[in-house]
Design a protein. Sequence first.
Length: 79
Amino acid sequence: MTLGPIKAGDIVRVQIRGRVFLAYAGTKTKGRLQLEPIDRGITYHEAKASEVIAHWGKRGRPRTSIEVRSDPAPLAAAA
């Protein structure tokens, strides 16, 4: 996997020496990614691009596409 779309704070699944774990992504430097493991028992804090298995982007709260109207009278009159 390429490190291009990964940003700081995203969650990544990493496999290093047969051990698979989840971590928060940190900074990227020369094909390596700094990690903050979610599980306390993991001591790896850096991974190569080839060791990253999956990536989930950090997203904010979803927004609604329909605005909430404070005056429902115009909608009731049209119906």
